[in-house]
Design a protein. Structure first.
Length: 126
């Protein structure tokens, strides 16, 4: 995710506006992407369920609207959509966690070191 934020900021330097979609607002804000919309959908399904083209189009339209209306970087918006399945029946994360997630679960991550190396010196204090 951090590399996405870095890429977006570089594109913005060239006058190209960017926007992200995320289901992890805390992480997205932390890496300081210029603009983002947040949606409470499972990983891998941020635009909606498979074959639900109408909802996927609505979400993309909302992203374009946010991109058009956000006059400055660090603009964020929560989209008001609900996942089709009840929360207790929804598979929110993949079966196989990302390597860092697996190592964290096993207690093998030095969180202080991660915090130190995950900082964004360009946007200190965000």
């Amino acid at each position: 995710m951090r590399s996405g934020g870095l890429l977006q900021r570089k594109l913005e330097e060239f006058g190209i506006s960017t926007i992200s979609i995320s289901n992890s607002p805390e992480m997205t804000i932390r890496v300081a992407v210029p603009r983002a919309v947040f949606i409470q959908f499972p990983f891998g399904r941020l635009l909606g369920d498979v074959d639900d083209r109408e909802q996927q189009r609505e979400i993309c339209d909302d992203m374009v609207e946010m991109l058009s209306n956000a006059n400055e970087p660090n603009s964020y918006k929560h989209l008001d959509y609900s996942w089709s399945d009840p929360p207790e029946l929804t598979k929110w994360r993949p079966d196989i966690p990302a390597p860092l997630g697996r190592l964290r679960g096993e207690g093998k991550v030095d969180e202080e070191l991660v915090e130190k190396n995950y900082r964004d010196e360009e946007r200190e204090g965000l």
